[in-house]
Design a protein around this ligand. Structure first.
Ligand code: ATP
Ligand code: MG
Length: 651
């Protein structure tokens, strides 16, 4: 692992909300006195009726119960819109950048208010009430934000399903939470290609109807492309037509702190997606506070998170966190490589983006295209960079820092999960020295603990399984409709603590390094090793673009190391290169880490959010292609066939 350290510059320490001394003081307070700490910070949002209680949490077996600010009353949409109107009604809330580089729009807080009220009134006139579930299956257009905030305004629970999901996956998610209303668009637009959203909704509903179990009453359709679609006159309505029949006045519903805000299904990289439930107040306090401090957001900054609203990152860090803070947030409809590999940086220059937050999968893909598409853009406006979604290997980190950030912008490598609602382990740019590949230190109120397989707490410099011993306000409250699964998944492996499912190393400075899923920790001749370490080493070789490492049964070592390697464009997959890569890892980490088998793979199986699905690679390496499990969340199922056919070491 990289041992390079990047100090906090004097400028950053001075301008940021939080320097190192402040971090230590606030962290100590948050852990010693959570009620006092969060009782104070809960005031950052507006309350209709203030809370008198702060934390009320039990992680006890058989009684998992998580409540924050429980007797407070508020409305999330009010906090994200109405309370800003007086001071910043004419400020841009959302900059929308279309798939086509010639299309963009600025939406002010006042316009946002009016649009959200219209959408909310459309739902109210269709009899949607507080507590009802609404499925949102939209592309990255402003109406996605309107729809989510409209639900929050009237107390309905939204379930956003990423527009890249198939009719089957959509049907499964509509049924799981029994949504009576679906909001969609005629078609989506990504990278110049059309996505048949409405047709997918029709297919999903046909599937649900064939089972005669409930069904969808209303489909609201936003016109995006004007493409030809079927409209069912008793069920489907055009958004633009319905919007003409309603006003821009819509009183907010008074919600209790613990009333559900949304359900979101995890990305499914480890198995069947779980319906993660988040509630109102704690989530909003945590999302807005992390957004302010982690990105050091100041009034007037232009902030861009490239995630899709279909993922939790889009919920917390495109929408709820930034808007609650009165920020200007950029929403991008397109993809990083359309019309070409300079797109991200052209958008940065066009809108003078100051803070940029993306995923390692995008960074690695752009890295493969070389420095030139980046270097020909200015990027002078950039001040801070962020990463989320997977461990970022030091090689990609350095490229992001050096080429994208011109050695000027700190990188916040933010570790968190759909389940955690917001960022839990992360640098703060004015406080934390950076080590490429490390998510560094816990955010306020977060208490990580590393345990071994038997649940024994490991102190000091160590590695093992990552747990969290204390609750934080943004924590998920349950798996929708299945509290037993909630307890089973997160609280049964280790008693009285939340188990993240991730492997982790803590170094001598107390920094945390996420090493991948616990399932992905390999045991080679008694040495435990995170897959991320071997992958980082492989990716550091100039011929390698991406790598995924899994274990497989090995007669002598117990587990052997199986590496799937995607080469840089134009590189020949030769036997000599294979040997070179083995020698490379051996020299870099040590003989224990040298891959036993290397398979050159033109593509790796990824979730639609861009994460490598190692459990599939493990099954292939173990020669069990018939038990791949749930592959419905794969972005491109076709890569699997190639991988199975070219498996190494065929018996
Ligand atoms: P599922 O839970 O259905 O298997 P998923 O875990 O991929 O899907 P998410 O909630 O989107 O769904 O992802 C959270 C996981 O992503 C974390 O548990 C961790 O493994 C990984 N992750 C996120 N951010 C980072 C980061 N900065 N460094 C390392 N790993 C990260
Ligand atoms: Mg997960």
């Amino acid at each position: 692992m990289s041992e390079k350290i990047y100090d906090v510059s004097a400028d950053w320490a001075k301008r940021a909300y939080i320097d190192d001394a402040k971090y230590r003081e606030m962290y100590a307070h948050s852990v010693k006195d959570p009620n006092g700490f969060w009782g104070e910070h809960g005031k950052r949002i507006d309350w209709i009726k203030p809370y008198t209680k702060v934390e009320n949490v039990s992680f006890a077996p058989g009684n998992i119960s998580i409540k924050w600010f429980e007797d407070g009353v508020l409305n999330v949409a009010w906090n994200c819109i109405d309370r800003h109107l007086e001071k910043r009604g004419d400020q841009t809330a959302i900059i929308w950048e279309g798939d086509d580089p010639s299309e963009s729009r600025h939406i002010t807080y006042r316009q946002l208010h009016d649009e959200v009220c219209k959408m909310a009134n459309i739902l109210r006139t269709r009899n949607v009430k507080r507590g009802d579930r609404v499925t949102i299956y939209l592309p990255m257009i402003p109406e996605a934000a309107y729809a989510m905030l409209a639900c929050a305004r009237i107390g309905a629970i939204h379930s956003v399903v990423f527009g890249g999901f198939s009719p089957d996956s959509l049907a499964q998610r509509i049924e799981d939470c029994d949504s009576k209303v679906v909001i969609t668009a005629d078609e989506g637009l990504r990278g110049g290609r059309k996505v048949p959203l409405k047709a997918n909704v029709d297919a999903a509903i046909a599937k649900i109807d064939s089972k005669d179990s409930g069904g969808v009453d209303w489909v609201v359709v936003v016109k995006r492309t004007g493409g030809k679609i079927d409209m069912n006159p008793t069920r489907d309505l055009w958004y633009h037509e319905a919007a003409e029949m309603v006003t821009t006045e819509c009183p907010v519903e008074h919600m209790h702190a613990e009333d559900p805000l949304f359900i979101l299904y995890t990305s499914g990289s480890t198995g069947t997606p779980k319906g993660v439930l988040h509630t109102s107040a704690g989530y909003l306090v945590f999302a807005s506070m992390t957004h302010q401090y982690v990105f050091d957001y100041h009034d007037g900054d232009i902030y861009w998170c490239t995630a899709d609203v279909g993922w939790v990152t889009g919920h917390s860090y495109i929408l709820y966190g930034p808007l609650c803070n009165g920020a200007t947030t950029l929403m991008f409809e397109g993809v990083p490589n359309y019309p070409d590999n300079s797109r991200f940086w052209n958008v940065v220059d066009k809108h003078k983006v100051n803070i940029f937050y993306t995923a390692p999968t995008a960074i690695r893909a752009l890295m493969q295209g070389g420095d030139e598409p980046v270097k020909k853009t200015s990027r002078k406006s950039l001040r801070l960079l962020g990463s989320v979604g997977e461990p970022i290997n030091p090689e990609a980190w350095e490229w992001y820092y050096r080429v994208v950030g011109d050695d000027r912008c700190p990188i916040v490598d933010t570790w968190w999960q759909t389940e955690t609602g917001g960022i839990l382990i992360t640098p703060l740019p004015g406080a934390t020295k950076l080590k490429p590949g490390s998510a560094t230190r816990p955010f306020f109120g977060v208490v990580p603990e590393i345990v071994d397989a038997d649940g024994k707490t490991l102190d000091g410099e160590t590695s093992g399984n990552l747990c969290l011993t204390k609750s934080w306000p943004g924590q998920m409250r349950t798996v929708y409709g299945d509290h037993a699964r909630f307890e089973q998944t997160y609280f049964s492996t280790y008693k009285n603590k939340y188990f993240t499912g991730d492997g982790c190393r803590r170094d001598a400075d107390g920094y945390y390094w996420i090493t991948g899923r616990v399932d992905d920790v390999i045991n080679v001749s008694g040495h435990r090793m995170g897959t991320a370490e071997v992958e980082s080493s492989l990716v550091a070789h100039e011929a390698v673009s991406e790598a995924a490492v899994v274990g497989y049964p090995h007669d002598i070592k117990g587990q052997g190391i199986y590496a799937y390697v995607t080469l840089m464009k134009g590189t020949e997959p030769t036997e000599a290169l294979r040997k070179e890569l083995v020698a490379w890892v051996r020299k870099d980490i040590g003989p224990i880490a040298s891959p036993d088998l290397i398979q050159f793979a033109p593509g790796l199986p990824k979730t639609r959010s861009g994460k490598i699905m190692r459990r599939i690679l493990r099954k292939i390496a173990e020669d069990e292609p018939s038990s791949l499990g749930d592959t419905s969340t794969l972005a491109d199922p076709a890569v699997v066939d190639d991988l199975v056919q070219n498996r190494q070491n065929k018996k």
